[in-house]
Design a binder for this molecule. Structure first.
Ligand SMILES: O=CC(=O)O
Length: 350
C-alpha cells in the first residue's frame, strides 16, 4: 500500500463493493463520510481539514480525490472546494456522472490535474429514461395517473382539464435529437425500434457510420420538422438556453419536448409560455433549470397535467451506478500507475 501517495474519497462505493474493497487494499485511501454533510461549504471544510491533518503531521498529502454518485448536491467541485488539495500536490480528480458542467475542469487543467468522468455508465439508463419520457409525453401518462389516483378515472367535463385526450402513437413521428453523443445514439436505436424517424443536430455532423440511422439536419430544420424533440447535449456556455422563445416559435404546433440532459439548456420561462400557448403539447423533464426548484408555471394546475417531471433520476439505475463506480476505479488505477486515464476529459500538462 502506497503510504506516500494517498487518495482522498468523498463517500464510498455502494454498488461495486467488492471491486472497491480491492482498491482499498491496494492504496492508502482516507474517506470523508457523507453522514452529516449537507452542502458545498461542509465538503469544502472537510476536504481542507483532511489535507491539514496530513500536512501538519508531516505526512504526504493526497495525490487523488474521488467522489461517488449521490454527491451532486455538494457541487460545484471547483477551485473553491478543491484548491487545498492541488496546493498540496493533488493531480487527479474523478467523480460519478457523465456531465461535468459543475466541475472546474479548466481550473484543474491549469493546475496540471486530470478530471475523469464516467462517460458511458449512464448511457443505457438515460436513453431508456428518455424513451420513457417520450412515451409519457406522447401518451397523456401523467394526466391518467393524476385522474386515476384522484378517483376521477378518465375525467369529465366538470374538471378544468376535462376528459383525458387520446394518446398519440410515436410510430411514424419524427424525433429530433439535439446532441447525438452516446446517449443520443442509444436513444436513436430505441426510438427507431418504435418506428420513429430520427433527425439530429450537433455542433458538427458525426461520421455516417456512427449516426445509428439518424440524419443530420440544421437546427432550424430540426425545430421545424420534429414531432418530438429530445435534448441530449451537454450544458456549456454555447448550449445554455439553446431552446428559447425564438426556437419555440420555429417548432411545429403541438410538439412534445423531453429533456434528460441539463435543465438550463431550455429557457424555462419560454417553455412555460410555449406550454400555455399550446405550441408545446406536453413535456417530460428529468432536469430543470434551478434544481431542485421547480418553475411555478410547471406546477400550475392549469399546466401540470401536461408536464411529467422526474427528480434528475433517469440515469440512476443500479446497473448504471455499478458501471460508473467501476469507471472511477479504472481511472484512479490508471493514474496511480502513471498512465493517462482513458476517461480523462482534459489534457493537463503533467
Ligand atoms: O445527469 C447525470 C450525469 O451527467 O451523469
Amino acid at each position: 500500500m502506497a503510504e506516500d501517495r494517498p487518495i482522498l474519497a468523498l463517500g464510498s462505493a455502494a454498488f461495486a463493493i467488492s471491486e472497491y474493497a480491492a482498491v482499498l487494499k491496494r492504496y492508502q485511501i482516507d474517506t470523508i463520510p457523507l453522514t452529516g454533510l449537507t452542502n458545498n461549504a461542509g465538503v469544502t471544510k472537510a476536504v481542507a481539514d483532511a489535507v491539514a491533518t496530513r500536512t501538519t503531521s508531516g505526512k504526504a498529502s493526497y495525490v487523488a480525490f474521488i467522489w461517488f454518485f449521490g454527491t451532486s448536491q455538494f457541487s460545484p467541485f471547483d477551485e473553491n472546494m478543491l484548491s487545498s488539495l492541488t496546493q498540496n500536490g493533488c493531480r487527479f480528480f474523478s467523480g460519478g456522472g457523465a456531465g461535468y458542467d459543475d466541475v472546474g475542469t479548466e481550473w484543474m487543467t491549469s493546475e496540471g490535474a486530470y478530471y475523469c468522468n464516467t462517460p458511458t455508465a449512464i448511457t443505457v439508463s438515460t436513453a431508456n429514461g428518455a424513451l420513457m419520457l417520450i412515451l409519457a409525453a406522447t401518451r397523456p401518462l401523467i394526466q391518467g395517473d393524476m385522474y386515476t389516483k384522484a378517483g376521477k378515472w378518465r375525467g369529465d367535463a366538470s374538471i378544468p382539464a376535462g376528459l383525458i385526450p387520446y394518446g398519440e402513437d410515436i410510430e411514424g413521428m419524427t424525433l429530433g435529437i439535439i446532441g447525438l453523443g452516446s446517449i443520443g445514439k442509444a436513444l436513436a436505436v430505441r426510438a427507431q425500434a418504435c418506428g420513429m424517424k430520427i433527425i439530429y443536430n450537433n455542433r458538427r455532423r458525426i461520421l455516417e457510420s456512427e449516426e445509428n440511422g439518424a440524419t443530420y439536419v440544421s437546427m432550424d430544420d430540426l425545430l421545424a420538422t420534429s414531432d418530438v424533440i429530445s435534448v441530449n447535449c451537454p450544458l456549456t456556455e454555447s448550449t445554455r438556453h439553446l431552446l428559447g422563445r425564438t426556437e419555440f416559435s420555429k417548432m411545429k404546433t403541438g410538439v412534445f419536448i423531453v429533456n434528460t440532459a441539463r435543465g438550463a439548456i431550455i429557457d424555462e420561462e419560454a417553455l412555460v409560455e410555449a406550454l400555455r400557448s399550446g405550441k408545446v403539447s406536453r413535456v417530460g423533464l428529468d432536469v430543470v433549470e434551478h434544481e431542485p426548484k421547480i418553475h411555478p408555471g410547471l406546477l400550475d394546475p392549469s399546466l401540470s397535467y401536461r408536464v411529467t417531471l422526474q427528480p434528475h433520476t433517469t440515469g440512476r439505475t443500479t446497473q448504471a451506478f455499478y458501471k460508473g463506480e467501476l469507471q472511477i476505479i479504472k481511472s484512479v488505477d490508471e493514474f496511480m500507475r502513471g498512465e493517462r486515464p482513458e476517461y480523462a476529459v482534459n489534457d493537463p500538462k503533467i
